[in-house]
Write a protein that binds this ligand. Sequence first.
Ligand code: SAM
Ligand code: SF4
Length: 328
Amino acid sequence: MPVLKDQYHRVIDYLRISITDRCNLRCRYCMPEEGIPLISHTDILRYEEMLRVVNVYAGAGISKVRLTGGEPLVRRGIVDFVHRLAQVPGLTDLSMTSNGVLLKEFAGSLKAAGLARINVSLDTLNPEKFRHITRRDKFHDVWAGIEKALTVGLSPVKINVVTINGTNHDEILDFARLTQRLPLAVRFIEYMPTGNGHWDNDLVFTASKIREIIEEVGELVSINGGKITGPAIRYRLRGAPGEIGFINPISSHFCETCNRIRLTPDGHLRPCLFSDDEFDLKPLLRGGGEDQQLIEVLRKVLARKPKQHEITDVQFKKCQRGMSAIGG
Ligand code: SAM
Ligand code: SF4
């Protein structure tokens, strides 16, 4: 299996594909109430085009793919797409990030199609607060989706909690206790200046503060000897079936171990979530480009991958694309 490295010698083996910019929620930190200007249907990559990119890049060293969005489950034909992706030689890990609204309906067929695991975004366990944060009354659908994902054996099921000071920081213990009851991996994510919502430093609830709160209910035992294997630093409350993870893009750089690149719904390959550097694959995909040319773009993207993001710099400007059109 070939190994892809960037200029800082990081192994890059992970592609996140945002398959749509459409979404059935309107999370305040991600999208405005009226939604965002949508990418036209003709500009959105067809599944065949995404499959070609994955096939070519899997041959070059990409072995993990995560589907995200927008909301990946709102795109028609998703189960068949997952099924075809799962057949791509060289892909060893296929996962998805979803808001969970449609998961109850899809979990079984996604698992049967070859999806290994799923991350569900859920920032509150309170249905009223859910309605406030997402502007939609869908808490119970999401919860039913999480239960279904556990039942059909998607494993692990991770819960992403964007922790915002003054919004949901008072639920940290409730989420921690959930891991004592269910085999869920709850990951607290620091609020980042990427979406369409208001961001300022005071809204960030740091991982170290979250840890202090959780340690009131029990001892956090580190998993993997505290080694960072992905963006999360992982723990378990002693004796709990579930896990607790911290993703700290703001309070500490996780860029050193970054292994990923991103493909946007309209076919732009991005070296980093936090910069607007991107390369359009569509002219090659729709203009008879050779596989080798797709690989040349991949190499350019790797060469442009920054050493680290600058989001805590005073000079930092929010990316032009919102999170829903990049894929968080
Ligand atoms: N719609 C799907 C979902 O919500 O899981 C997938 C796309 S969403 C953009 C991916 C992840 O990005 C979600 O977990 C969401 O909470 C997170 N996200 C969006 N805006 C964010 C922000 N400003 N800071 C931190 N995380 C953010
Ligand atoms: Fe939709 Fe996910 Fe953005 Fe919420 S975070 S509006 S669910 S894309």
